[in-house]
Design a protein around this ligand. Sequence first.
Ligand code: ATP
Length: 292
Amino acid sequence: MNVIEVSGLTYRYGQFVAVAGVDFTVRQGEIFALLGTNGAGKTTTLEIIEGFRKPAAGRVRVFGLDPYADRPALSARTGVMSQQTGLIGELTALETLNLWAGLTSRKDSAQALLSTVELSHRANVPVDKLSGGERRRLDFALAIWGRPPLVILDEPTTGLDPESRQELWETVEHLRETGTSVLLTTHYLEEAQALADHVAIMHESRIQVAGTLSQVLSEQPARITAKVPDVELPKLLGEVSLDNGQLTVQTRDMQADLYELLLWADRNAIRLHDLNATQASLQEIFLAIGKA
Ligand code: ATP
């Protein structure tokens, strides 16, 4: 089942086209990562899906409803964590959650949620006195308050230390296990790589690459590296470079080239030191898109 359907989405700030014909779907129970360069149009896209902006053209449906026209109905089913925190400095973490309890129809326990986001020990500390990372975790707690079936997170881990980031990932994974759909943006490619079922990469207002992680990763050649002796190399499908005994093969058929290389090493009784075979990383794909 599709929770979010976006087709031909276009949005303008005055004459400037911030989102130009974007299409994607988020299925129930998946984590979908919208990645992209700065200013690519990710936040604008999220704000349209959240019902805060009206598209100039195209169609957006969230649980089958128009988010702009049906925002009140959808807000009960959608938890949102924006880039800018809307927290009130004088309220404590616990007071913030209790205030939120009165504003939303979703039900939850403030103490339990503080424990989920590892803030129980900071329950009575005013927001002003929380660290940036702790405020981000409180923002996250508000988004998942009452376990809405859809959670939208705009750069949720920016400002978090590696340990807090890891904990937030685990909570997000747990949400998925319970059937929650998650749409997130991030600049941390390893985050998308660790979490996302589907990714879309935006650049200059458009989605340039989209699919499952393995589909997107297969857009760029894989790489095999090893230290090799000065012996004639086998014929490989990929692009081979040899620099001072360091072999690098950029290949679209890793299995075939790795097989040939191992066969060659075996026949010639060669020990391949530091042998490594890896798929392209999202980082490489990202950089390739930025340069195109
Ligand atoms: P980032 O990763 O830096 O947060 P983004 O992909 O989320 O970027 P958006 O915030 O959606 O990008 O912005 C897309 C483009 O629209 C940018 O060029 C930005 O400068 C422009 N823009 C965003 N908000 C406004 C606004 N209120 N008025 C005019 N232009 C805007």
